[in-house]
Design a protein around this ligand. Sequence first.
Ligand code: ZN
Length: 222
Amino acid sequence: MTTIADIAKLLGTDSKGAGRRLAALGYLVTCSRCGGSGHFSQCQQYGTMCFGCRGKGKTLPRLTKKIAAEAKARQDAGELAGYFAANRARAAAKGQLEAAMADLDATFRATVVETALLAEKDTRWGNYVWCGSPVQRASALLFSLREAGFQWTMQVQFHGADPVAALAGIRECADMMRAVDAAAAPLVDGWIAAMHADAAEHNARTPEEQWKAEQVRRNCGR
Ligand SMILES: [Zn+2]
């Protein structure tokens, strides 16, 4: 009898690695328990996930000495070069995720829109956001792009998402941030001027009028 541990030893890896190499070499077969659907009988804890294949629909075949020898020969012949390269690419991408997120955050902070928003935070009153302003909408977009980047890292960390795709996704978010900021930047000076005029108008009000105006504006807050 040949076990996955035997094949792992032969290929110079652990059991998990051996399973993956056999999969990469095309040895997986359709799961006989679920017929490839990944679903089987209902159970309270796991729903309908098939235990034969853990919901993947494919499993390793019955392992034999022939498969073991053949896999070793194919590995020695370099047939796993693509698999190894993909592994290296994933590891490299994983190592760059943190820096990409730091870059995304730095890009966010460096935008003309966010810089202005921060600099003018005391000009605004009544939790006021100017919902109608394109600059404010650009700010909301920038914020959601940073959030999207963060979600990519969570997907990798907790859900086994492909780090290569995540890295590309985070970089794409940074590119989109720059595009959004470039579109909104020409409007920022006008936005600041309008905000100052608005604040001056507010400051000229009596305390009672100010309180009323603030109640109205709070309904539109961020
Ligand atoms: Zn199955």
